[in-house]
Design a protein around this ligand. Structure first.
Ligand SMILES: Cc1cc2nc3c(=O)[nH]c(=O)nc-3n(C[C@H](O)[C@H](O)[C@H](O)COP(=O)(O)O)c2cc1C
Length: 210
């Protein structure tokens, strides 16, 4: 614990003068530090969606890829979140890296990744995960656990020896960001909050009150 505390002291040197000009570079820097400091599940992100009614809903999904095109996760396109995104692609992501007192909020627009990208990722998954993705009508009401387990058994029996293909209803979304907030916990609640906003195609930064 003492080691982490000393590390955090170093991480404290965070202000608007030293942030990266591109927020994605700032994110990748923090993400790598989260990994370095052995944060529990640094790739877990809280995805908030809202359908047409405006009622928000959130859940954790895992970040699988991040670069200057955006943030990618994989899911069932027919799930509750998939349905919400099809009605309203504006979403929010939130990372909380508790051990290093950091939070990142991202606002962006979701779109499906190209089919090949979903195929490539699907093919890296274990057969068990592939089968679960295929048989689970994610977010629909099911009669019980037995129903799911039977579906797995039936699928395996029917497809024994065959190559498993990604179903069209399962794949990735990429969130293209237009706003970021980087939050660093500091002493006495005088935390740092640095926001990036796209203005006329250029990223500008500003400090928010904690
Ligand atoms: C640590 C963790 C990681 C998860 N990762 C994913 C993921 O990458 N994709 C996914 O569809 N669901 C993932 N889930 C499950 C979702 O939180 C959620 O239950 C599911 O996607 C259905 O959400 P929906 O009904 O809002 O569509 C994860 C849950 C946890 C706790």
């Amino acid at each position: 614990m003492a080691k982490i505390k000393t590390a955090i002291k170093k991480l404290d040197e965070f202000n608007d003068l030293i942030v990266e000009p591109e927020p994605i570079d700032q994110f990748i820097k923090w993400y790598q530090e989260a990994i370095k400091f052995k944060v529990d599940q640094p790739d877990a992100m809280y995805l908030s969606t809202a359908g047409l009614s405006g009622q928000p809903s959130g859940r954790i999904v895992l970040l699988k890829k991040v670069n200057n095109k955006g943030f990618v996760f994989f899911t069932n396109y027919l799930s509750f979140k998939g349905n919400e995104i099809s009605l309203n692609p504006f979403v929010s992501l939130n990372f909380h890296w508790k051990e290093i007192e950091r939070q990142v909020r991202i606002l962006g627009k979701a779109s499906k990744v190209p089919k090949k990208e979903s195929d490539d990722y699907f093919n890296t998954r274990t057969i068990e995960s592939q089968v679960s993705a295929i048989i689970s009508e994610q977010s629909s009401v099911v009669p019980g656990r037995q129903y799911l387990e039977n579906n797995v058994r039936e699928f395996i029996k029917k497809n024994n020896g065959k190559t498993i293909k990604r179903p069209g209803y399962w794949g990735g979304y990429r969130i293209k960001p237009f706003q970021f907030e980087f939050w660093q916990g500091r002493e006495h609640r005088l935390h740092d909050r640095i926001q990036y906003r796209l203005e006329k195609g250029k990223w500008m930064t500003e400090r928010l009150a904690p």
